[in-house]
Design a protein around this ligand. Structure first.
Ligand code: HEM
Length: 123
């Protein structure tokens, strides 16, 4: 058996850790010329931040309920490119590193994010 001692949610620092990571992620997006205009165009970044926190918590095995739209409905009609998708994942990996998340845990998040590409790119 090779079961990790703690859940992904715990290794990310539960809600406080995931809140920090998400704030860093949005900072990274705003500083990333490949995607900053996408987020600057949002009518309510505070709502997006809260929903991303919930999404991340629920997806990592936490008790939170995600109250936003599903990934397909959220990104439908945005015509998001492969390059933008990779840029957003790079920003996420950098945020995890900045927040001190270890490499095996970063790779676990990477696999989850990558698995969502069909619901985000050019939908
Ligand atoms: C696996 C990758 C991604 C995940 C998990 C993800 C997740 C989310 C979530 C949870 C929301 C909030 C939805 C809501 O408010 O109901 C959101 C919103 C948004 N996403 Fe993504 N996203 C991803 C990739 C991308 C990419 C590649 C782009 C384009 C650069 C993008 C652009 C946006 C924008 C602009 C919003 C805000 C929409 C609004 O203002 O309502 N996302 N995303």
């Amino acid at each position: 058996m090779n079961t990790p001692a703690t859940t992904l949610y715990e290794r990310l620092g539960k809600r406080p850790g995931i809140t920090n990571i998400t704030r860093q992620l949005i900072k990274n997006h705003m500083a990333n010329p490949l995607v900053s205009t996408r987020y600057a165009a949002s009518d309510d970044l505070d709502r997006v931040e809260l929903r991303v926190i919930e999404f991340f918590c629920a997806g990592a095995g936490g008790p939170e309920t995600y109250s936003g739209k599903d990934m397909l409905a959220t990104h439908k009609g945005m015509n998001i490119s492969e390059q933008e998708f990779v840029a957003v994942i790079d920003d996420a990996m950098a945020a995890l590193e900045t927040c001190g998340v270890d490499s095996p845990t970063r790779n676990e998040v990477l696999a989850i994010l990558w698995s969502l590409k069909g619901e985000v790119i050019r939908v």
